[in-house]
Design a protein around this ligand. Structure first.
Ligand SMILES: *Cc1c(COP(=O)(O)O)cnc(C)c1O
Length: 241
């Protein structure tokens, strides 16, 4: 088994254990492999080990890998999880399946207008800033409901849920408490009649706390691919496949 296949198996095991501890069905937690800085050949290995959803932070980097893996396009879901610059929305609308980092109406309107008619609607999560971290992206909890209503009404977007990246906390309970703020917001928006099914939260160091708080999708990078290094980043410019 390749190193990636072994690591994926371990991460799936962590997810299953966290679900068992939380009394949750593991089928209710999807695994997004965060592949930023890793080469398309590495993603290909993960795909061969059964992984079909990949998250990329940088639009151009993601699009380059999509081109390298074009033969697998129907089998892979590409998620854009990094901050969205307004001059990059067209590439995102044209190439990605999902966006997790939507945090303002203007960007949502651009994505909806730019989503090609022959593709399914772009699946989106609103990024929410639940710990009011200074200079962090994300809508504030006060803004989230109004933004959700507006985004849900856009024709070429399908609003799926919320994404949160709370600051790392020193212990499980504190981390869980931060994730629960996102869960509360998610439930409040659902209670207003807006259908959401995705709560994207939890990374390599805190997936257990996120699952215990109700995450339905965890975004895992280092625990699958190893540490991100300048070497992993430079592998991107070597020819692939
Ligand atoms: C890099 C990144 C991740 C993955 O983080 P790891 O700690 O490597 O698991 C998840 N979400 C976002 C938004 C990221 O930028």
């Amino acid at each position: 088994m390749s190193g990636i296949a072994t690591a994926l198996k371990q991460v799936r095991h962590r997810i299953a254990t966290a679900c068992a501890d939380a009394g949750r069905d593991p089928a209710g937690v999807r695994l997004l492999a965060v592949s930023k800085t890793f080469a398309a050949s590495t993603l290909c290995e993960a795909h061969a080990a059964g992984q079909c959803a990949f998250g990329e932070n940088y639009v151009q980097e993601g699009v380059t890998k999509m081109a390298a893996l074009a033969g697998l396009r129907d089998q892979i879901q590409w998620h854009c999880i990094g901050p969205l610059q307004s001059n990059k929305t067209r590439l995102v609308a044209e190439q990605f399946d999902w966006v997790h980092s939507l945090d303002r109406l203007k960007t949502a309107q651009r994505l909806s207008a730019q989503r090609p008619a022959q593709l399914p609607p772009l699946q989106v999560c609103l990024q929410v800033n639940v710990d009011a971290g200074a200079n962090k992206s994300g809508a504030t909890p006060d803004e989230a409901l109004a933004l959700a209503r507006e985004v849900a009404a856009l024709p070429r977007l399908a609003l799926r849920g919320l994404m949160a990246i709370p600051e790392p906390a020193p212990d499980f309970q504190t981390q869980r408490g931060l994730f629960l703020r996102a869960t509360c917001l998610y439930e409040q928006i659902r209670a207003e009649g807006i259908a959401l099914d995705t709560l994207s939260m939890g990374m390599s160091d805190d997936l257990e706390a996120a699952i215990s708080a109700g995450a339905t999708m965890v975004r895992i990078g280092r625990a699958i691919f190893g540490a991100r290094t300048p070497a992993s980043a430079s592998a991107l410019i070597t020819p692939i496949l």
